[in-house]
Each structure stands twice: as C-alpha cells, then as structure tokens.
Design a protein around this ligand. Structure first.
Ligand SMILES: O=C(O)c1ccc[n+]([C@@H]2O[C@H](COP(=O)([O-])O)[C@@H](O)[C@H]2O)c1
Ligand SMILES: Cc1cc2nc[nH]c2cc1C
Length: 333
C-alpha cells in the first residue's frame, strides 16, 4: 500500500498529551527534596519533564534505545563533503561491528543500539535538480523510522550517518527558517572554504528548484531517507510516550520539520547537545530547545544525544532517589 503525506500527518496528529497529573506530582515531590529550591538547576526541570511523559511522579531510566539511521545523498555530486559517499556504507559496517564512537557511548550508557541503513544502494536524487525524494519514498522512510522504536524503551536517542547530509539539513533549515544557504551551511566533515561556498550554492539552487515550503514537502524535496526516518521515529516515540533526546544538526533538522508542522509535536524532545556545526545553535533557538551538553562534538551518529542519556539518568537518580526534608529530618523544608 502506498503511504501518502496525509497518512503521515494523521500519525503525527494522533499524539498523546503530557500527563499533567504526573507533572504536578513530580513538581510537588521536587519541592520536598533535601536541597535549596532550584539548586539542581536544569536537572530539576529535566526530571519533571521526563516524569510527565512517563506518567510517573518518580521514574528512572532503565531501558534507553539508540537508533542510528543511514542514507545516501545525490547532492554529494555537487562536491559538498570532505569524504566520499561510500563512507556511509563503510561506517554502517563499522556500527554493526561495534567499532564506531557511538557503539562505545551506547555501551557506556547501558543503551540498546540499533542501526538501520535505508536503501544505501539507491541514493536520493540531487536536490539542486529537483526533489531528493518522491512523496512515496519519503513516506516509506518515515514509516521505516516509525517502525523501529521499541515500545518497551523508556528513552529514545535518534541519530544518523549520511555523507552529504549537513547540506541537506542546511537546506531544510533555510527552507523552514528563512535566509539563504550561506546562513545555514557549515563545515560538516571538514570542507574547506571552496567546499563551504559550494554547499551554500547547492542549498540556494535546491531552494530554487523546489518551491513548496510545506514542512513535509521540504522533507521530501531537500531531506534524505535517514532524515525522514528520524522524523518518523520521533513521532512514533511521542505516540508511545517515550521521551526523546535529540542529537546534532541533522537530527535537529528532522525535529524542525515536525516543529514546523506543530511545535507541540516535539514537546517530548530535549536537545542532547550543541554541535560545533555553526547553525545548530540557531536551529535549537528556533525550536526553543537549550542543549544539555556543549562539548564541541560534530560527529553525528547519535553520539551527543547518547552522551546526554547520562544527564537524564542523573536527573532522575536525584529526583527519584533523594530523601525529602521530612524523611531525612532536615530543617527548613
Ligand atoms: O551531528 C552533527 O551536528 C554533525 C555535524 C557535522 C557532521 N556530521 C556527520 O558528518 C556527516 C555529514 O557531513 P558532510 O560533510 O558529509 O555533510 C554525517 O554522517 C553526519 O553524521 C554530523
Ligand atoms: C568517518 C566518519 C564517521 C562518521 N560518523 C558520523 N558521520 C561520520 C562521517 C565520517 C566521515
């Protein structure tokens, strides 16, 4: 059966709301814990946010899932990456053999890690010439992402691998947030000044060749299969009330598509980290998502989001494990 954008819109729209009773119970608990009010800073709001999505006043993270989606990009023909496109399939093999950075980070965070390479032998079309994907291809990739989320997971990190995809993400940001390619491109895997200029030009030509600014049209025209799959996984996590930690610039371009449909569609998402890819900060600002970490990472492959699992878990260890003033016999609460 062919999936259309109205099917995707219906899936995105069926999302549950946060459990306001759990939010209130977590806020109430937070106010009784043995610390000065607000002294745990953003850990406090992070724990309350997580509690609301899990529907529990004092939850823990026990079963995090990390998913890395891979896709190939026709826009690499424009000379936009420092690496050749075959690195995508080679890195997928590296993920499968446990040799990549994210394998170590997922193991260290106690997370299940899944890798989904999507039609790597069928790169998207070069978006400077027309749409990267047909509606059917984009919808199929979105559904692939949707279907990969483990209903038993209690935290989801999505990330990607795809040579050329910082150009795709910059094109999505330009189409949805305005400006020109030069405002949104960065060095990605490490292009030189000439490569950066080619990226800006490719984005500008991509926007000229693809006129619709409807968010799902933008995803199909300028995105990639891994970007569509990340959007699908984020949307599915919402239906399952699984909180999501976003990764870097490309992951956030997928979140931006959902946010552009309705900001509430990513209410269950936090930004795991701030990428060194220059425009990431402005995409996060546009989505009102301050990052948890700022470590200069620009790797992708879910690495920054996976690192941030530790922060979410630490926030809940405090929130759910601390004694109250009454329990500890501490004065002043
Ligand atoms: O996540 C990020 O912010 C990020 C920033 C720069 C590069 N990347 C990774 O690098 C690849 C894309 O870079 P490029 O130069 O080929 O467009 C892709 O596999 C991404 O995972 C990822
Ligand atoms: C080696 C390499 C590893 C990556 N991981 C995510 N994106 C990547 C890009 C390259 C080039």
């Amino acid at each position: 059966m062919t999936t259309t954008f109205s099917d995707l819109t219906a899936r995105i729209a069926q999302r549950p709301a946060v459990d306001s009773g759990a939010v209130a119970a977590a806020q109430q608990r937070n106010g009784t814990l043995t610390k000065p009010p607000g002294a745990l800073g953003r850990l406090e709001e992070l724990a309350i946010w997580y509690a609301g999505w899990r529907g529990q006043a004092a939850p823990r993270v026990t079963s995090p899932q990390v998913i890395v989606f891979a896709g190939n990009h026709g826009v690499t023909a424009q000379g936009v990456s420092a690496f050749p496109p075959e690195v995508t399939v080679q890195m997928v093999a590296n993920f499968q053999h446990g040799g990549a950075a994210v394998n170590q980070l997922a193991k260290d965070a106690g997370a299940r890690m899944d890798v989904h390479a999507i039609d790597l032998d069928r790169p998207t079309a070069d978006f400077t010439q027309g749409p990267a994907m047909s509606v059917e291809e984009c919808a199929a990739a979105f559904i692939t992402g949707w279907d990969t989320v483990d209903a038993e997971a209690d935290l989801l990190v999505v990330g990607e691998m795809g040579i050329g995809n910082t150009t795709s993400a910059a094109a999505i940001a330009t189409a949805l947030l305005g400006g020109t390619g030069a405002d949104w491109v960065g060095r990605g895997t490490g292009v030189d000044d000439a490569g950066l200029a080619r990226k800006a030009d490719a984005v500008d030509r991509g926007l000229a060749a693809n006129s619709s600014r409807d968010p799902l049209d933008v995803l199909a025209a300028l995105g990639g299969r891994e970007v569509a799959a990340m959007a699908g996984a984020i949307a599915r996590a919402r239906c399952l009330s699984i909180p999501v930690v976003l990764d870097g610039f490309i992951c956030c371009s997928a979140a931006l598509v959902l946010h552009s449909i309705d900001p509430d569609a990513i209410a269950h998402c936090v930004a795991g980290h701030l990428s060194a890819e220059g425009a990431h900060a402005r995409v996060l600002d546009a989505m009102d998502r301050p990052p948890l970490l700022d470590l200069g990472l620009r790797l992708g492959e879910a690495s920054g989001g996976t690192l941030a699992i530790h922060i979410v878990r630490a926030a809940l260890a405090c929130h759910s494990g601390m004694a109250t003033f009454a329990e500890a016999g501490v004065a002043g609460g």
